[in-house]
Design a protein around this ligand. Structure first.
Ligand code: FAD
Length: 463
């Protein structure tokens, strides 16, 4: 017999942006939610200062609402919290937010909707029968072991860890198992945005610009627009003289670009995404732990290079180092539908869509390499519900980076906007399944789910 408490409980594993969105959407529906995460904090990469991508199309159309809107409302109420959608005049609009404000907004919203947290705790195993999970085994940070019964589970582990435990199939990296590089994100304050943007205006060849046919096609004009906009959303390119030469002379480590985005306008703070180690498996604990140490050395190199060589950074100081290793790629579940690279590029629509993605196919490689293929015509593509459903598993639904997608599509759908979309849908589906006593997520009425997502402010195509 299930206790009443268990009947209503939605279990989310993973406290990154996908897990947060899932927990909040289920809790908004009135479900009693328990969110378990192995980290000591929640929000994941949304609290590093990177822009939330996949929320605006390349022509600046808003494509993600729902939980994102509620978080943004809180950020806007806090001074310096919200910057907004900014165009990089290269490929995308990134939604720029002060990461510390985002961290606070997430915590406040979890509190508002009474989500229970169990942090520093790892789901080590599941008790499952025939593709149905009955309970999870949890090891807490103090060594205590708990068995938590559940109706169903949202796997927001970024890697399909729960699906794998239940016996579902998970794919890793490319055909040779190679994965996108890991990085350590950092922020620098006291940057002169004006000097930096002036430099790019005078030397457009130093930046990645004008790559998307729906944006300004002339590099010089794109750099001018970037300057006029006043936001330092700049990708200093390895193809340029400044960074290129530094890489050749080993003054800098090889990287595609130093991707810079504004994270706090008032203090001249910029988030920098540049450090990288390719082709390591971040799921291997020894390897991932060593990578943090190696990336720390790169980070020191990057600061020296910026201070000494890049206009605008002469007096800039380190203001933050991300508290976690940035993992772009691990596992992708094999689901009832695999989102394809072509679906992304052609802006494909699906009647079972639970939301939209807009980010280009974005696959970082080793050294200076990176694949970037924009969505045609600056459109958005649909994410079908079936991508969240692992084959052969009944009561586990997946949210975030690890949904069913080929490697190219995953290069798009892995960004935070899309993770929020799949998180919100998984959370609501789990709440509905719990309410209605549905054991297999395949039995959810998708039209009913879509209606309820719309009511929660999710932007859906009227297919
Ligand atoms: C360097 C880098 C740059 C990026 N740049 C951008 C960008 O500019 N904009 C953008 O939108 N996106 C960007 N991304 C992508 C994006 O940040 C991630 O794909 C996204 O945040 C993943 O969110 P998630 O919730 O799916 O997974 P995660 O944030 O990885 O969360 C998963 C959580 O589950 C926990 N967990 C795993 N297994 C268990 C278990 N068994 N028990 C308990 N807890 C568990 C993990 O510890 C983790 O806390 C970037 C990623 C990287 C690494």
């Amino acid at each position: 017999m299930l206790t009443d408490d268990k009947k209503n409980k939605v279990l989310v594993v993973g406290g990154g942006i996908a897990g947060i969105s899932a927990a909040l959407s289920a809790a908004k529906r009135g479900a009693h939610v328990l969110l378990i995460s192995s980290e000591g904090n929640v929000g994941g990469d949304a609290c590093t200062g990177m822009p939330i991508l996949g929320t605006y199309s390349s022509v600046g159309e808003k494509c993600v609402g729902g939980i994102l809107d509620e978080l943004l409302e809180i950020c806007k109420q806090i001074s310096g919290g919200y910057i907004g959608p900014v165009c990089d005049f290269r490929t995308v609009y990134g939604l720029c937010i002060n990461p510390e404000t985002m961290r606070l907004a997430i915590l406040l919203l979890l509190k508002k909707y009474n989500v229970d947290l169990l942090l520093n705790s790892i789901v080590s195993d599941v008790e499952a029968n025939n593709g149905t999970v009955k309970a999870v085994n949890v090891v807490c940070g103090n060594g205590e072991k708990r068995i938590i019964e559940c109706r169903n589970i949202i796997d927001a582990t970024g890697s399909g860890n729960i699906v794998k435990m239940v016996g579902g199939k998970v794919l890793y990296g490319d055909e040779n198992g190679n994965m996108q590089p890991v990085s350590l994100i950092f922020r620098m304050a006291g940057v002169s945005f004006k000097c930096l943007l002036e430099f790019i205006k005078e030397h457009p060849e130093e930046a990645l610009l004008a790559e998307n046919p729906v944006l300004e096609k002339d590099r010089k004009k794109a750099a001018q627009l970037l300057y006029q906009n006043g936001f330092p959303y700049v990708a200093l390119s390895a193809g340029g003289q400044l960074l290129g030469k530094a890489i050749t002379t080993s003054e800098m480590y090889p990287c595609t670009a130093m991707f810079m985005t504004p994270s706090l306008m008032q203090t001249g703070e910029i988030c920098i995404n540049s450090t990288r180690i390719a082709n390591l498996n971040a799921l291997e604990p020894d390897i991932a732990s060593k990578a943090v140490l190696d990336l720390a050395e790169q980070l020191k190199t990057a600061i020296r290079f910026l201070n000494q060589r890049v206009p605008g950074f002469e007096n800039a100081v380190l203001s933050s180092v991300a508290s976690r290793l940035g993992v772009r790629e691990t596992g992708r579940i094999v689901g009832e539908y695999e989102l394809k690279q072509d679906d992304v590029i052609h802006g494909e629509k699906f009647s079972s869509a639970i939301g939209q993605g807009t980010h280009h196919v974005d696959i970082h490689g080793a050294g200076v390499s990176q694949v970037r293929i924009p969505v045609e015509n600056g459109a958005a593509y649909d994410i079908p519900f079936e991508c969240l459903l692992p084959q052969g598993v009944k009561n586990v639904i997946v949210a975030g980076r690890c949904i069913s997608s080929d490697r190219g599509a995953n290069g798009s759908v892995r960004v935070m906007g899309s993770c929020m979309v799949t998180g919100q849908a998984a959370g609501l589906a789990s709440a509905i399944a719990t309410e209605q006593g549905i054991e297999d997520f395949r039995d959810i009425d998708i039209e009913h789910l879509r209606e309820n997502l719309r009511e929660q402010g999710v932007i859906l195509n009227p297919v």
